[in-house]
Design a protein around this ligand. Structure first.
Ligand code: FAD
Length: 691
């Protein structure tokens, strides 16, 4: 049998006691002597020149990331750490937004640029990659030495690409693919396979592991690299300070950023400077054995934050008490959770990822993704070096090196980091793991996005969210799989009612937040503007499909239509398709639709699909098809078509149904009908807000 892709990495870790080999290849320069020269994070100063940054810091590879939810950023860091640990390559990680890349043509053939790029939404670049992407894919890109996109200005550039996408979206991995095309066209030399990860099939992690293994093997050969014992080298130093406590001024306890810590938080509010926003009300829309659906209202108050109907709100969560305890406990850090420490960067180009001085509890609670899904295989193989005993080490290496064993024994059971470590060591504490390893290896806790379910025309200060809280028992485990943010919402709801969630698996949170700053029910948020918008002309008809919580933005849309009608505007027809399990259990906002129907009269029609009410499962796309003639007529009358909710199946089923309707109603073949739908998308008459 062939070696699994991770075996090579794992074998290198096993080579304990061997003398480290250093590179001899000209590309990578002299062997690394300085133990502190490892990967670094993004640009710290106003210096936007990547060529001089690499020169001055003595790095030979830069790993750029275009990341929206943190996965690409995490992969960039992992790649960088591994390149250094295994081959001694001096790497830096760079947020692609932090640099002006018109001088990529002068990076030099002794350097490599790696691009880890996510595709977001409808084949769009992530926010941080938008400018670079526009530049590099533009036919008129001009580089610093004067070459343009039609010549071969990048013939000196060595690069690799890993794209992250989701095959259920039409423009699968568009950013990675278009970047590849652009770089090839400009003569750049790819020095490894072009890689892609597919979230649609849930294989991103394994795709990445396979790709990077192949890529490192190519580099090894091409650049004559020698592999060395891959042991962890810290990029940051942690210094405990017994003179400080959680009472001390300036100790970071989880405030959204330094401004909030010093009491100087001020607008503009955004992803790095969220607004600590009051939650004015919460209510339960429905509750069943395994699900709750919560409606939450945020008040933007005097923040100056503006939103328009159809935008997204990002909520910056914290981890639950129970999960923080489990995590600190398995690391043997429970007793000193409130010990204060400072972090210092050991690399001149890197910045410390969190404000410090701070505490172990703070970092685990507010900054690390300790419970947002199952642990990664790479984490388990790299943590093996810190196992509490030889058996646990062997077990971690076995699981880390065997894709199938890992899938069956860890992923399927829904084990997060703490639970996996606990299983591997049979409960023995992993006290040898340096906390800096945890900081550098565990993904930062990410904000969660929600489609705003209110209308800015009706109330510009109130932003509402419609979120479903799922609780599923883990397969073969005695714990429940629980979302971080949704359970925080649920805990806030109980707190607002002065009640307690008595479910045995309920999660509880530190609702008062750092220094009581989230007291009276506040959470850090920011708004992300979206292109999911009503037509500017209110008399245009609209067709809306929003099963489950996909109804969220349409609650705002229909409320806006009703408000326009009340204001005397001529309002076109709204045809809303809603689907759920059955009308008694999870028919969201039923009373509101009745009210809007009174205001809008025949200009509003709600069509429902309750999948568990009939012997055959009926979904929104079936109802859509039943109304084929009317849909076709509305489209002929200029209707815009909107879909919101599940990206993996529903959105595709709805699109296929619309293609079928157009084909049959207009007597054209499927390919032509597909082109009609494509054209609707280009004209913004077919919009999706799917996740
Ligand atoms: P996470 O902590 O992120 O966990 C995700 C899932 O993994 C959960 O279901 C959890 O049960 C499960 N899980 C936890 N631990 C494990 C484990 N060890 N192994 C396997 N699985 C595990 N959602 C809405 O409800 N309403 C909306 O209007 C909405 N709009 C959105 C709009 C956009 C643009 C996007 C990107 C997403 C939207 N979402 C919406 C989804 C939302 O952002 C969150 O993903 C969702 O609420 C879950 O977040 P969480 O923090 O509770 O769960």
């Amino acid at each position: 049998a062939s070696l699994d892709v991770l075996d090579v990495g794992v074998l290198t870790i096993i080579l304990v006691g061997t003398v480290a080999y250093f590179t001899k290849g000209s590309l990578w320069g002299k062997p690394i002597q300085d133990p502190y020269l490892t990967s670094s994070t993004s640009s710290t100063s106003g210096d936007r020149d990547i060529v001089s940054k690499l020169e001055s810091s003595g790095k030979t590879a830069v790993i750029f990331y275009g990341s929206q939810t943190g996965t690409a950023e995490d992969y960039a860091h992992r790649l960088s750490k591994e390149a250094t640990a295994r081959f001694g390559i001096k790497t830096m990680v760079a947020d692609i937004e932090d640099y002006d890349l018109e001088n990529l043509d002068t990076l030099g053939s002794d350097k490599v640029a790696a691009f880890v790029m996510s595709t977001y939404g409808e084949g769009e670049p992530t926010d941080n990659a938008a400018s670079f992407y526009d530049f590099i894919t533009s036919d008129s890109a001009v580089f610093s030495e004067g070459g343009d996109a039609d010549s071969s200005p990048l013939s000196d550039l060595k690069y690799v690409i890993f794209g992250l996408g989701n095959n259920t979206y039409e423009h699968y991995n568009a950013i990675g693919r278009n970047l590849e095309k652009a770089l090839q066209k400009m003569g750049a030399q790819r020095v490894g396979p072009y890689g892609e990860g597919d979230d649609g099939d849930g294989t991103t992690e394994e795709d990445f592991l396979a790709w990077k293994e192949e890529m490192f093997s190519d580099w090894k050969e091409k650049f004559d690299l020698k592999e060395r014992e891959a042991l962890y080298e810290a990029s940051v130093a942690l210094i405990e300070d017994s003179a400080l406590s959680t009472e001390s001024v300036g100790v970071y306890l989880g405030e959204p950023n330094k401004g909030h810590l010093t009491g100087n938080a001020s607008p503009p509010y955004n992803g790095t400077n969220p607004y600590v926003c009051e939650i004015t009300s919460t209510r339960e829309l429905f509750k069943s054995d395994s699900r709750n659906c919560i409606h939450i209202e945020f008040n933007l108050g005097t923040s100056g934050i503006k939103y328009t109907t159809g935008d997204h709100i990002a909520v910056h969560p914290q981890n639950a008490n129970e999960e923080v305890d489990l995590f600190l406990d398995i690391l043997g850090l429970k007793e000193k959770r409130n010990t204060v420490f400072s972090l210092k960067s050991l690399d001149p180009t890197s910045k410390v990822p969190f404000p410090s001085p701070t505490t172990y509890d703070t970092i685990v609670r507010y900054r690390l993704e300790i419970n947002g899904g199952a642990v990664s295989r790479q984490f388990i193989s790299s943590v093996a070096q810190f196992a509490p005993n030889p058996e646990s080490r062997k077990e971690a290496l076995r699981l880390g090196g065997d894709k199938n064993a890992f899938a069956n024994e860890i992923t399927v059971k829904g084990l997060n980091i703490a639970r996996a470590l606990n299983l591997i060591s049979n409960g023995e504490k992993w006290t040898e793991i340096p906390f800096t390893f945890v900081i550098e290896t565990v993904q930062p806790l990410q904000p969660r996005y929600y489609s705003i379910s209110s209308s800015s025309l009706v109330d510009k200060k109130t932003v509402s969210v419609t979120a479903v809280v799922e609780s599923e028992k883990a397969l073969g485990g005695d714990h429940y799989l629980k979302g971080v943010t949704t359970n925080l919402f649920l805990d806030i709801k109980y707190a607002q009612e002065g009640a307690k969630n008595t479910a045995s698996h309920a999660l509880s949170y530190d609702l008062n937040g750092p220094r009581g700053k989230f007291e009276s029910r506040k959470l850090p948020i920011h708004i992300r503007h979206s292109n999911f918008k009503l037509p500017s002309n209110p008399s245009k008809p609209i067709i809306l499909l929003g099963p489950g919580t996909g109804i969220a933005p349409f609650r705002g849309f229909v409320a806006e239509k009703a408000a326009q009608a009340k204001n005397g505007k001529p309002v076109g027809k709204t045809l809303l398709f809603f689907g759920s399990r059955n009308r008694t259990e999870d028919f969201l906002y039923e009373d509101e639709w009745n009210q809007h129907a009174e205001t809008l009269g025949e200009n509003f029609e709600l069509v429902t699909a309750f999948s568990r009410e009939e012997s055959r499962k009926v979904y929104v796309q079936h109802r859509l098809y039943e109304k084929a003639a009317e849909i076709n007529q509305l489209l002929r009358d200029g209707a815009s078509f909107y879909v919101c909710g599940d990206a993996s199946r529903m959105a595709r089923d709805v699109q296929n149904t619309l293609v079928k309707i157009i084909s049959e109603q207009r007597g054209i073949d499927i390919t032509k009908a597909e082109a009609v739908v494509q054209n609707m998308k280009i004209q913004n008459n077919y919009q999706e807000d799917v996740w």
